[in-house]
Ligand binder design. Structure first.
Ligand SMILES: Nc1ncnc2c1ncn2[C@@H]1O[C@H](COP(=O)(O)OP(=O)(O)OP(=O)(O)O)[C@@H](O)[C@H]1O
Length: 254
C-alpha cells in the first residue's frame, strides 16, 4: 500500500517583496537571465521580476507502508521544507503530495499548540482533533503528564512555560499518539540530560510502532539504525535515492 506519493513537487519562497531595494537589485543581478535560473543557483527571477529561492525542484518518490525514509543533505538542501510539505504546512507551487493515513509530526514544538491554553487543555484539544473518546483522552493525558513531569504547570497557560518545558509537553504529546506516518525533523535538543535519555527511549518505541517514517537527520548512526531507505537532497533536488547503506556511504565519501 502506498502511504506517501510525491509527484513532481516544486516549492519556492519569495525572498523580497519591496520594489526599490538594493538587496533585491543585487540579488536579481545574481540571476543570469530574467526568465531562468543560473546554473547551480537556487535564485530565480520570475516574469514579474520577483526574486525567489527555488527550494524544492521536481521531487518525485513514493513510500510504501513499512518504509522508513531518511532525508540527508547539507544545510539548506531542502529537508525541512520537504517534511513541511508532507505535513501539509506548505502547499506545492506545482506538483502534488498525497499522504494516506494519520500523520504525526515532530517538526516544531509550537506546531499545533495553542499558547493561550493550558498544557492540559492542549492535550484535550489534540485528543478531540483525533476523535478520541473520554477514556482514551484521559489515559493519553495521564501518559503525557507522567512523561513531561510538569506537575502543576500543566494547569497553567503554555505561554508561561520555559523553552525546555515546552519541549517536554510538545514531545510528550506528539509521541503519545502513534500515527500511521511519522514525520520527524532533527531531534528536539532543548532538554536536560535526564529528559533527553527518556525522550530517546520513547522515540525509539514510536519509530518501531509507526508503520511509516520520514525523518531528517545529520547523524549517521541514527540514520543507519532507523532508516531502511535514504533520499539525498542537494540544492532542492534528489541526488540519490536507495537503500540506507548505499546512499549514506556515497554521501559520506563525497
Ligand atoms: N520560510 C522561508 N522563507 C524563505 N526561504 C526559506 C524559508 N524556509 C526555508 N527557506 C530556504 O529554503 C532552503 C532550504 O531550507 P531547509 O530548512 O528546507 O533546509 P534543510 O535541508 O532542512 O537545512 P538544515 O540541514 O540546515 O536544517 C534554504 O535556502 C532556506 O534559506
Amino acid at each position: 500500500m502506498t502511504r506517501v506519493l510525491v509527484d513532481r513537487l516544486c516549492l519556492h519562497f519569495p525572498v523580497y517583496h519591496s520594489e526599490n531595494s538594493t538587496l533585491k537589485r543585487s540579488m536579481a543581478s545574481a540571476v543570469s537571465n530574467r526568465s531562468g535560473q543560473r546554473a547551480g543557483s537556487a535564485l530565480v527571477e520570475d516574469a514579474r521580476h520577483r526574486v525567489t529561492i527555488d527550494v524544492l525542484k521536481d521531487i518525485s518518490f513514493t513510500l510504501d507502508k513499512g518504509e522508513r525514509l531518511g532525508l540527508i543533505g547539507g544545510n539548506g538542501a531542502g529537508k525541512t521544507t520537504l517534511l513541511r510539505a508532507l505535513a501539509g504546512i506548505y502547499e506545492p507551487v506545482s506538483g502534488r503530495v498525497r499522504v494516506r493515513g494519520s500523520i504525526g509530526t515532530l517538526l516544531d514544538t509550537q506546531l499545533g499548540m495553542n499558547m493561550e491554553l493550558t498544557g492540559l487543555e492542549n492535550i484535550r484539544l489534540r485528543c478531540l482533533f483525533h476523535g478520541f473518546g473520554q477514556a482514551q483522552a484521559g489515559s493519553i493525558a495521564q501518559n503525557v503528564a507522567e512523561f513531561a513531569e510538569l506537575g502543576d504547570f500543566l494547569a497553567l497557560p503554555v505561554k508561561t512555560y520555559s523553552s525546555g518545558m515546552l519541549v517536554r509537553l510538545a514531545f510528550g504529546l506528539a509521541t503519545a499518539i502513534t500515527p500511521d506516518v511519522l514525520l520527524m525533523d532533527e531531534w528536539l535538543m532543548a532538554g536536560d540530560i535526564t529528559f533527553l535519555e527518556k525522550a530517546k527511549k520513547r522515540i525509539e518505541s514510536l519509530v518501531q510502532d509507526s508503520d511509516t517514517l520520514v525523518m531528517s537527520s545529520h547523524q549517521p548512526e541514527i540514520i543507519r539504525r532507523w532508516c531502511t531507505r535514504l533520499i539525498w537532497l542537494e540544492n532542492g533536488q534528489i541526488r540519490m535515492d536507495g537503500p540506507t547503506d548505499a546512499v549514506l556511504d556515497t554521501y559520506l565519501a563525497a
